[in-house]
Design a protein around this ligand. Structure first.
Ligand SMILES: *Cc1c(COP(=O)(O)O)cnc(C)c1O
Length: 391
């Protein structure tokens, strides 16, 4: 071509400079790699499997080669119906639910269930029993009071919720007994689900699908998705249909579980994207081996971290050992300056989300299903290293 520059002669590199550059590049690369790995211990919204992020991103651009985004199709199309069907059946399958238990994906956070539960189950003159094991329990109790009477059958509030109460009795005539299976903020967990003759209702927001339980023993289970099963904006509700329709109150249409059951969880436009991402997460869970397999992994992660806390001279766990949560591991530094320094140190190494809840301070590492064992191993390594550097 006219005016084109002639090809430049290949530049000759001088060898020692090259070698220097090579070493420098390798160093930069390893630095980038070491900081680019993020270990996400966030309490919620929280880590989901990488594959789920990739599949959800793809679905936003072009859902299953339809040429349409999942965000622009009707919720009553066969396409979305298939997603809803699979999501509900994965829940039934993973939890081994019997035919009395219905699976719903409803709007709102777990906080919506604080009111929806008593609105559906408790008449004005009736009493509901609650275990007060943390802030979320207390919030559930506050809402129940709007609909009927409440009895707090046990509380650990006087000791900053650092244990799960053991000796208590639930009155026979209590319409239901409500527990919070895992206390996200304080890091306690019911290791054994209490036996009662009452209908058992559980907020499982932060340990849903993390361990094997007799799910059919519950009359109602609810969980906000964003801790262990999906993104924010949807609630999973598992309800035994036999407990519904036993009150006199008129329930607003959208709040009545029976209407949602009748319509197959499609009473109105559901949070389609949050349900899709939850479905993908459940699919992942099933492929990983289901609840048994994930429980085994969760036990391993929790054991690793609690052992590291217990052997470390700088840190100490905050709750009763027997009641330690396998999802949210809370600990403090024995000395405030250590807390600052370790926070910075961990942050610089790619650790995200280990700051304790604003109500309790210290550290909280959330070990939800999608958090790999390697992230816990890495945190443990840092804690050991940090203590050694201070010794
Ligand atoms: C996070 C959480 C909630 C509140 O969930 P929202 O979706 O924000 O309403 C309720 N209960 C427990 C146990 C939680 O961990």
């Amino acid at each position: 071509m006219p005016g084109e520059q002639p090809l430049r002669a290949k530049r000759q590199f001088d060898r020692p400079v090259c070698r220097q550059l090579g070493i420098f590049a390798a160093e930069i690369l390893s630095l980038i790699q070491s900081v680019a790995v993020i270990h996400n211990f966030n309490a919620g919204p929280s880590i989901l499997p990488r594959i789920v992020f990739e599949q959800s991103a793809q679905a936003v651009l072009d859902y299953d080669h339809t040429g349409l985004s999942l965000l622009e199709i009707g919720h009553r199309t066969p396409t979305f119906q298939a997603i809803m069907d699979e999501a509900r059946s994965l829940v039934k399958d993973l939890m081994q639910l019997d035919s009395d238990h219905e699976v719903l994906f409803l709007h709102g956070g777990a906080s919506t269930q604080f009111m929806q539960v008593p609105m559906n189950l408790l008449d004005d003159k009736e009493t509901a029993a609650y275990a007060d094991t943390g802030v979320w329990s207390a919030k559930a109790i506050k809402e129940a009071k709007l609909f009927g009477k409440t009895e707090i059958v046990c509380t650990s509030k006087e000791e900053d919720y650092r244990y799960i109460p053991r000796d208590f009795a639930v009155p026979n005539d209590a319409k239901y007994f409500h527990i919070t299976t895992n206390n996200t903020i304080y890091g306690t967990q019911w290791q054994k689900i209490p036996h009662t003759s009452n209908a058992l209702v559980a907020d499982m927001s932060s340990d849903i699908f993390s361990r094997q339980l007799d799910f059919n023993a519950f009359s109602l289970i609810y969980a906000g998705a964003q801790k262990n099963m999906g993104p924010a904006g949807v609630n999973l509700v598992v309800v035994n249909k036999n407990i519904l329709g036993r009150i006199k109150r008129a329930i607003p249409t959208i709040m009545d579980y029976r209407n949602h059951i009748k319509e197959g969880s499609l009473l109105n436009t559901p949070p389609v994207f949050a349900i899709y991402v939850s479905m993908l997460t459940l699919r992942w869970l099933k492929a990983e081996g289901g609840i048994d397999a994930i429980e085994e992994r969760n036990n391993r992660k929790a054991a690793l971290l609690y052992e590291a806390i217990d052997r470390n001279p700088l840190f100490t766990g905050t709750v009763e050992k027997a009641d330690r949560s396998k999802m949210n591991v809370c600990f403090i530094a024995k000395d405030a300056s250590v807390e600052e320094d370790f926070s910075t140190y961990a942050r610089n190494q790619g650790i995200v989300g280990i700051k304790g809840h604003r109500l309790v301070g210290g550290f909280r590492a959330s070990l939800y299903n999608a958090l790999p064992v390697s992230s816990v191993e890495f945190l443990v390594e840092l804690m050991d290293e940090f203590a050694a550097s201070r010794a």
